[in-house]
Design a protein around this ligand. Structure first.
Ligand SMILES: Nc1ncnc2c1ncn2[C@@H]1O[C@H](COP(=O)(O)OP(=O)(O)OP(=O)(O)O)[C@@H](O)[C@H]1O
Ligand SMILES: [Mg+2]
Length: 330
């Protein structure tokens, strides 16, 4: 029996495409790189997180939803994720031919975070869970026995404020709100605030807190007025704060997604990966837990590796310009 006490963080915004899934997947990988135990829970019937992490949602017979509806524990549907360190891709462990190929070729695989997957079957949750008077506490109760095994548990939600998202609010210590700083998503923030307030008022999770708003997919020229408004007016009015680190709009994210990877793995020394590390350090400062020192050390190691890689590149470049005879002189 381990004696950790996971901090549970829900990433939510009923607006679609604001990088909830991308943020969960990147942060989970960074926690894993830092040697922390992390569980990710896909609460979106689209199954984007499940897919990103290598699994094919529609091929899974048992998911989060079966646990919420039934009596069996989450541990029954927990899946280990695996990555190919050479390509940075998540592998599909249910693809036996692929796994055999890796084993025969003795290709390295590294473990990613643990995953509670989901698939489209869960899209009937809003009507099906209705009959259970305690529906709001289902996920919270199911997660409870797992808290001792993880340092952090990250919940990805769907673009809505239905029963699965409310379950994720009820189960969380903190909510993180990724926001693309445009007019419509910003207008929707009040609905999110109200939904969290209802969760607190329900009595299931009166201590729910907001860790902060992350500005994502930022295009500075277009977005600076809205960012200023949210930072200086909206957030203080509702008692939220915003993360200092902003994540820029970049094709690097969809490029990584195409290969079933995430930027902190696919381009670990790129500016977006480093921005995510900064964000994670800010997050852990806000939510606490056992990860702060390990995350900082790992970030410093990444910076050192980046420097070494640049140095090697420089030396290779210089080497090419050396006259052919130089090696014979030795
Ligand atoms: N910083 C970024 N810049 C540009 N594109 C991004 C960025 N981050 C993520 N993306 C891409 O934007 C799309 C939406 O991201 P993502 O799926 O993470 O959003 P989401 O909030 O989870 O969406 P949904 O509400 O549908 O679940 C994806 O194609 C993703 O690869
Ligand atoms: Mg998503």
């Amino acid at each position: 029996m381990e004696n950790r006490q996971a901090i549970v963080v829900t990433f939510a915004n009923q607006k679609g495409g604001v990088t909830k899934t991308t943020s969960v997947a990147n942060m989970a990988m960074m926690f894993t790189f830092a040697g922390l135990r992390v569980l990710i829970v896909d609460c979106d019937p689209q199954g984007n997180l499940t897919y990103t992490c290598g699994y094919t949602p529609d091929l899974l017979e048992q998911t989060l939803y079966d646990c919420l509806k039934g009596t069996h524990p989450l541990r029954n549907v927990l899946r280990q994720t695996w990555l190919d360190p050479a390509s940075g891709e998540f592998l599909d462990p249910t693809n036996q031919a692929l796994m055999d190929e890796y084993q025969q070729a003795e290709k390295a695989v590294i473990p990613g975070p643990d995953l509670v997957p989901i698939n489209i079957v869960a899209s009937s949750a809003d009507s099906e869970l209705q009959s259970n008077p305690a529906w709001g506490a289902l996920l919270r109760n199911k997660l409870s026995p797992l808290l001792a095994f993880y340092d952090y548990i990250l919940l990805d939600t769907n673009p809505g404020l239905g029963k699965l998202t409310v379950n994720a609010f009820c189960a969380a210590d903190y909510v993180v709100i990724p926001l693309v700083p445009e007019v419509l998503p910003t207008q929707g923030l009040m609905k999110l605030v109200n939904s969290m307030e209802e969760t607190r008022a329900s009595g299931i999770n009166p201590d729910l807190q907001v860790a902060g708003i992350i500005f994502t997919r930022v295009k500075y020229r277009n977005h600076k007025d809205i960012i200023r408004y949210v930072r200086n007016e909206f957030a203080p009015t509702v008692g939220f704060s915003c993360f200092k680190t902003e994540i820029k709009e970049s094709a690097a994210f969809s490029m990584a997604a195409i290969t079933r990877s995430v930027v902190v793995v696919a381009e670990p020394y790129g500016e977006h990966a480093l921005a995510y590390w900064q964000l994670l350090m800010e997050l852990v400062e806000r939510i606490g837990g056992s990860g702060g020192a390990q995350i900082r050390q790992t970030y410093e190691r990444v910076l050192q590796q980046k420097q070494d890689a640049e140095q090697q590149k420089l030396e290779r470049g210089l080497g090419k310009k050396e006259p052919q005879s130089s090696s014979q002189d030795v």
